[in-house]
Design a protein around this ligand. Structure first.
Ligand code: IMP
Ligand code: MG
Length: 166
């Protein structure tokens, strides 16, 4: 669906947009494990603004291709983000359940600002409204793998984003 070259080109643009929006930094880039690691690594290097890297783990009860409504934090931040600029880094926004949950949690920690960057967005699938500031690509309702995205833990290390066909 999206080639490695297209991904890199778009991430350069997102990095420039972040540089434009933040004055000096540091910006806390908080990636959601595991899928967003690849995007985080490339996005952090596409920006000139100083970045600090953190990770959170989420489990959503649901197997296969959809996340259920229930989300749990399985790994929390190691640091306080009070008074800091935060960008949550996600691989794909689908129903919006995961991010609306995380936004609620992080807002309680009193950051200076809180935004979301996602490589992919499937707007047709949204069940919970979430405001996403940085979107790499809007895609149709297809199940995709690669560049961090998995199906049952497989295909994460594909360089391109590919449609999974059964
Ligand atoms: P949401 O809570 O429904 O927005 O789900 C977001 C999470 O579902 C993502 O972080 C992915 O782990 C997973 N997901 C949603 N769509 C896809 C897809 O097309 N391929 C792989 N994982 C997906
Ligand atoms: Mg995920």
């Amino acid at each position: 669906m999206i080639s490695a070259a297209q991904i890199q080109k778009r991430i350069e643009e997102l990095g420039a947009q972040i540089d434009h929006d933040y004055n000096g930094g540091p910006v806390y880039l908080i990636a959601i494990l595991k899928g967003a690691c690849f995007f985080l690594a490339d996005l952090a290097r596409a920006m000139k603004t100083p970045a600090r890297i953190e990770f959170v783990g989420i489990s959503s009860y649901g197997k296969g291709k959809t996340s259920s409504g229930e989300v749990k934090l399985t790994k929390d931040l190691d640091v306080s983000v009070e008074g800091q600029d935060i960008v949550i880094v996600e691989d794909i926004v689908d129903s919006g359940v995961t991010l609306s949950y995380l936004l609620k949690i992080f807002a309680q920690r009193k950051p200076k600002s809180l935004r979301i960057a996602t490589l992919l967005d499937k707007p047709e699938r949204r069940q919970r409204p979430v405001e996403v500031h940085y979107v790499g690509f809007k895609i149709p309702d297809e199940f995709v793998v690669g560049y961090g995205l998995d199906y049952a833990e497989d295909y994460r290390n594909l360089k391109d984003v590919c449609i999974l066909r059964e």
